[in-house]
Design a protein around this ligand. Structure first.
Ligand code: ZN
Length: 309
């Protein structure tokens, strides 16, 4: 019933720097320019593929230059993995060098070559040359062509002191299964989706709890087909004795939030209605979009937000 990752949301500092990195250096499409619905003085950015397909969406709350730096640690998603075409890592290495991006030399895990790098806020990401060809079409920009472009998420890694409680949610509630293990990294996947369907659990018993602030992941959202599947998932989570929010309307999807027993904030998000609900495909991300309750305050909100382009 869970169809892999829907989106991942992280915290950034400077909005313009975040926007420039993801659209220009990484070559993602700016899918939606809106505000944090719980704090309309700050942006909420969505980056993804051309249509903003679930499983490709990385979102940010850019809190501004005064943002406190977060720290990767336990009870947190600590790595975000993008699938890239075989043979593309050379292009990315050269590009990261040219843009002064911090990266590690390519390495290999589970038989796949990957390149780790940090975004300008220190958020840890990976590009993975997947063994299974990924059928998704990468978004093409002037500098990042389709043969090297990211295709969307491959996996997300959660760091935990003890993986068991989290693994229980993945297997008993979400329908994932353990498919591989390398040292203290346990790889779970679901067959309900062909892409963005992997979660790695890394067990570090002595690791300090992470601090969610600049350069860290705020939550991982999992994907369900529609509201009905979402409500069924809500019942299953309640039956595990966990707290979960009622359904919240996020304009582009409907959301539930709960903290899984390992401490990571999870969201369950619907495919419907999607990013074309308030602007056409060609115009995605070009205008500031506000939910109806904030529309009367547009002028004041726009005055607060930094210009991007
Ligand atoms: Zn979310």
């Amino acid at each position: 019933m869970i169809k892999g990752i829907h989106h991942i949301t992280a915290i950034a500092g400077d909005a313009k720097r975040n926007f420039d990195f993801y659209t220009k250096v990484l070559g993602l499409r700016f899918v939606k320019r809106t505000v944090n619905f719980d704090d309309p003085q700050t942006y909420h950015f969505y980056f993804g593929d051309r249509q903003g397909t679930p499983g490709t969406i990385l979102t940010f709350f850019p809190w501004g230059n005064a943002v406190r730096q977060g720290r990767r640690g336990a009870s947190m998603a600590t790595e975000i993995g993008y699938a890239v075409p075989k043979g593309s890592l050379g292009f990315w290495l050269e590009r990261f060098r040219a843009h002064n991006i911090i990266y590690n030399n390519p390495a290999e895990k589970f038989g796949e070559k990957y390149l780790t790098f940090l975004d300008p806020d220190g958020l840890k990401l990976e590009l993975i040359e997947t063994n299974q060809p990924d059928p998704r079409k990468g978004y093409e920009t002037g500098e990042v062509k389709e043969d090297v472009a990211t295709k969307g998420f491959y996996n997300a890694t959660l760091t935990l002191n003890d993986i068991k409680p989290t693994a229980g949610i993945l297997t008993d509630v979400f329908g994932y299964a353990l498919i591989d293990k390398q040292l203290n990294r346990y790889r779970y996947a679901t067959t309900a989706s062909e892409t963005a369907n992997i979660i790695d659990l890394v067990e570090l018993p002595a690791e300090q709890r992470g601090i969610v602030a600049g350069g860290t992941v705020h939550h991982v959202a999992f994907r369900v087909k529609d509201d009905k599947a979402q409500m069924e998932m809500r019942e299953k989570i309640l039956a595990k004795g966990l707290n979960i929010t009622p359904q919240i309307d996020r304009n582009y999807f409907h959301s539930l939030y709960f903290r899984e027993p390992g401490g990571v904030l999870f969201e369950i998000a619907t495919d419907n209605p999607g990013f074309m609900v308030d602007e056409p495909l060609e115009a995605l991300g070009t205008h500031l979009k506000l939910p109806t309750q904030f529309e009367p305050h547009r002028e004041a909100i726009e005055k607060h937000l930094v210009k991007l382009d």
